[in-house]
Design a binder for this molecule. Sequence first.
Ligand SMILES: [Zn+2]
Length: 266
Amino acid sequence: MRLFSKLPYLTRILLIATVVAVSVVICGTLVMRFSVSNPPDKVKNSPTATTTVASQPNSIPAVLPTAIIPTNSTPIEVSKITQVQKKPTSNQLAYGHFPYTQANSNQMMLIGSYANGADQRFESLNTEAVQAFMKMTYAAREVGVWIIPVSGFRTIEQQEKLFQEQIKRRGSAKEAAKISAPAGYSEHHTGFALDLTDGKFPKKDITFEFENTDAYRWLTSHAKEFGFELSFPRNNKQGVSFEPWHWRYVGSSDAAAVFANARNQR
Ligand SMILES: [Zn+2]
């Protein structure tokens, strides 16, 4: 203390101010550490925290914000968390299309991405059908045939969007239904149906021209070996237009049961 009192007045003031400032910083650091390791509950429930949790498959919030409902271009990680099971409202056919229940997105697996110009989207199928599809595309590759998936599992919302676009293009629901099923009536809802094309001819994607590709020729001879069949061949009893690109998996009892009504009509 003697030494302290010998110091000039200004130096003493500075020394006291330094000690006070250091104490404030130390106390502040301790308080912050404590609050970070014990976040209050209301922070967990904030919208920002919910969005972060939603991206982790193991911790799904009870109510998902509508902004993360998947669209065609949404990556599969996001669509996996949609657990809504939806059924068409009636058992009646719509323009020849049978009603199909929307499968659980959690049972879907990525089969690849499809690019059209600058647009890219990720497509998925039921896990069981994916195994068969991979074997089939590999067998085709071995003989130089390049089969690529254009479209797989679709939600009812996605189908509704597609069908409305077709109505605009073709003028009526009846005309639209010749090339696209109404929402709730698409085989794509099941996760067992997919549209295919030949990787060598991008301009023939989802056109009748696909019929004149190596991929289509190979599929007509070999798809059945892997459990796949054409859903809408020419002059099918359902009255749906010939769709050379649209195939369904019927290689397991589950998959075959899903399409039993349609297959009995053929
Ligand atoms: Zn299709």
